[in-house]
Design a protein around this ligand. Structure first.
Ligand code: DGJ
Length: 737
């Protein structure tokens, strides 16, 4: 349907509804449309009711202000009297009033509705020779997607400053949650009051970075995982960006997102267009889990070439060589590792950094994507053959966007290095300018040659530095193009996005990959938090989580085998440990863990991710409940010593209240008495992976071995918790009767 604005017509009102969310858009008249409501479902509203709602939403005219009611449009500008962050800025060189973004005065041309929940809104400023189309979609899961496309309809360059998506949040959204972090400590939550002014998070890393704001959530103060109304935004983009929350002194509060464009970065020639990345937004009446309940099913509905719904639940168990051997590659050592991996049931062997010409350490050779002839005189073939003989698939690490100055590539093509000569190195490397067609073609050719020569099922695609120069827009667009071309040519290939761990996890790259390397740390204590918060946005089957050595290489902290295994279970599981050094007992436990994991994988990788709101920050209960409510797996985690001698009961969220469930402790790895204290070693020398407890007697239901109760009772009343020692996790499996 195409709606052409007419004065006084009651048409031009749109009500999009899905899964408990409503969005009402007022596109009457010729002004840029206004979102009247984005939040809880308003139920069925007829045209007359919508008109009353939209009319009633027109505010008063405040003193000392513009003389008409101030309304936040989809593209707010000074021309509309909006003195907050503008939705669009730019200028045309040589015009009478350069640098006057306020001159843009967009008017509505048409609204096209494409189905019940998709709109395209066309606006234009004829005088400025600029038009903007806004695509807005409420998905069936209740995820809101918005993007603008600006076209330069003039006959000279238009210098785009910014083009952003601004969404309204109500006054009661007084608290803001977003994230920060650093290498090996990604996704640290931070909260602030949404006071007057702008809280702006800006990334100039050329990748989201370890401190990526990731997901910005405004909500009623004190919102949690299961409580409180929340409104969240995320920019589906892997380059520079701005994400902000603003409350104006007039009262309006907004969440905004957009690509962060450097001055002069986007000069649009006559007729050219720029489309913003998608802003992905969601509303939930019930906290962060409610956001995941929309975002995860939506992400799972994407069909990436290598990962349809079936492939996703079968995401293989990986052994990655990095922390096992680092750069010390040799065939006999790696062959022993392959055999140890096969022995415990690993399904994929990934050869990490160190395999290509001259790559003896991290100071050289990036860009020389040829198998090192000294280490590998017969190429990688003997290793790959061994991997296949023992029944595993083969994966390979690459870092295609980078170049070492000490490389054949940089010597031959210094002009392919992004940024000025003599610019800073980072991990002794520079960025390869993928916006240069020759550099792009070289990388594509080298990757294609490797994929043609070897049966590579999976690329671990790394990105270990900030850009620090060049156009992040151009580079990011080029890497998306490169990934897209590889995927199209190799539909079975799976790719993992890694950027020194989790510095590039976003919904721009996610449609192009199958897995993300959540963090470089395998320390389970750090991982609990990193996975918890990365998992609000990204479903667990994407989140690579590996069993590392007892003493974590990143933190030097030592953790029990049980805690490490329980932590790595809730994601796309793997191993990052020299298994040739593991004891026979440890290998037996790991084999048992992999068997449990593969049994639970269809549930873990398709169910709803849930968290109890803990009163004690040292204690967390999280789990996955099957989509049909038939089963669930939970982990009860003690991050530190609890605050009270008798912790709060385990109240299992997300269950079908009317169903009855049997709750049993879940043993990973070895034979364990569920109520018993861990002695460190079980029968026949097999290390016990039961969590260490500090209690004279276990709760009665645990001593009994199981209990059956209704979902309502298990969620509302819960079960007495065992007294876990710090840095321990207990697992429970729930089965519906
Ligand atoms: C950084 C990654 O995050 C690590 O997992 C590993 O692949 C190294 N790079 C290799 O250089």
């Amino acid at each position: 349907m195409i709606h052409t604005p007419q004065a006084d017509a009651p048409t031009g009102l749109f009500h999009l509804r899905a899964a408990g969310t409503s969005l009402v858009l007022d596109a009457r008249g010729t002004a840029v449309p206004v979102i009247v409501h984005w939040g809880a479902d308003l139920g069925e509203l007829n045209g007359a009711e919508l008109a009353v709602l939209a009319d009633a939403a027109v505010p008063a005219v405040s003193p000392s202000s513009i003389d008409v009611p101030l309304r936040l449009s989809l593209l707010p500008t000074l021309a509309e009297g909006w003195s907050g962050r503008p939705g669009v800025t730019g200028f045309r060189r040589g015009t009478a009033a350069p640098g006057r973004p306020a001159e843009l005065a967009l008017r509505l041309d048409a609204v096209q509705s494409r189905g019940a929940r998709t709109l395209r809104i066309d606006t234009a400023d004829a005088g400025a020779s600029v038009s903007v189309s806004t695509d807005l979609e409420l998905t069936v899961e209740g995820v809101l997607r918005v993007r603008h496309t600006l076209t330069n309809t003039g006959d000279t360059d238009f210098e785009l400053g910014s083009l952003d998506v601004t969404l309204p949040v109500p006054d009661r959204a007084g608290e803001l949650l977003d994230f920060t972090g650093l290498w090996s400590h990604e996704r640290r939550p931070q909260r602030t009051t949404l006071a007057h002014g702008v809280w702006s998070r800006e990334s100039r890393h050329g990748r989201p970075g370890h401190d990526d704001p990731f997901l910005s959530v405004a909500g009623v103060p004190g919102f949690g995982f299961r409580r409180g109304e929340v409104w969240a935004v995320h920019l589906a983009w892997s380059g520079d960006k701005r994400v902000w929350a603003e409350r104006s002194a007039l009262g309006a509060a907004t969440l905004g997102t957009g690509e962060l464009l450097a001055p002069g970065e986007l000069a649009l020639p006559a007729g050219a267009a720029y489309a913003t990345p998608w802003t992905v937004a969601a509303y939930s009446a019930a906290g962060l889990d409610g956001l995941s309940a929309r975002l995860h099913p939506w992400i799972r509905s994407w069909a990436t070439p290598a990962a349809d719904a079936t492939a996703r639940t079968l995401r293989p168990v990986v052994l990655n060589t990095w922390e096992a051997v680092y750069f010390d590659h040799d065939l006999p050592t790696l062959t022993r590792l392959v055999e140890a991996a096969a022995q415990v049931g690993v399904e994929r062997f990934v050869l990490d950094d160190g395999w290509f010409t001259g790559r003896t350490d991290d100071r050289r050779a990036l860009g020389d994507w040829f198998v090192d002839p000294l280490t590998w005189p017969s190429g990688l073939h003997p290793l790959v053959e061994r991997v296949h003989t023992v029944g595993l698939s083969f994966g390979l690490w690459v870092e295609p966007e980078m170049v070492s100055l000490d490389s054949e590539l940089a010597h031959a093509h210094p002009d392919w290095v992004l940024g000025a000569a003599g610019a800073l190195e980072w991990r002794f490397q520079r960025v390869l300018d993928l916006g240069n067609p020759d550099a792009f073609a070289y990388v594509l050719a080298r990757l294609t040659a490797l994929l043609d020569e070897y049966p590579i099922a999976y690329l671990k695609w790394d990105h270990n530095r900030d850009l620090l120069g060049g156009s992040a827009h151009r580079q990011t667009s080029a890497v998306y193009r490169l990934l897209g071309m590889l995927r199209a040519a190799h539909p079975e290939l799976e790719i993992e996005s890694c950027a020194s761990g989790g510095a590039r996890i976003d919904l721009g790259i996610l449609p192009l990959v199958d897995r993300v390397w959540t963090s470089d740390t395998n320390d389970p204590l750090e991982r609990q938090q990193i996975q918890r918060y990365t998992g609000v946005l990204v479903p667990p089957e994407y989140l690579g989580g590996h069993l590392g050595a007892a003493t974590a290489h990143t933190t030097g902290r030592t953790a029990s085998l049980g805690f490490r295994l329980a932590t790595a279970l809730f994601g796309s599981a793997g191993i990052e440990w020299d298994l040739t050094r593991a004891s026979a007992g440890e290998l037996e436990v790991i084999a048992g863990w992999i068997a449990q994991y593969t049994r639970l994988r269809p549930l873990l990788h398709s169910g709803a991710v849930v968290h109890a709101d803990a009163s004690d920050p040292a204690l967390e209960l999280h789990g996955v409940v099957a989509a049909d409510g038939a089963s669930a797996v939970f982990a009860y985690v003690a991050l530190a010593a609890p605050r009270t001698a008798l912790p709060a009961p385990l109240r299992f969220p997300g269950l079908d209240p009317a169903a009855h469930y049997t709750v049993r402790p879940l043993t990973i790895g070895g034979p364990v008495d569920p109520g018993a204290e861990s002695s460190g070693a079980g029968e026949a020398g097999v290390p016990s992976v039961a969590p260490r407890v500090i209690q004279d007697a276990a709760p009665a239901w645990l001593r009994h071995g199981s209990v059956t109760l209704s979902g309502a009772v298990l969620t509302e009343v819960g079960l007495p918790a065992p007294l876990l020692a710090p840095e321990q996790a207990a697992l429970y499996e729930l089965t519906r009767l």
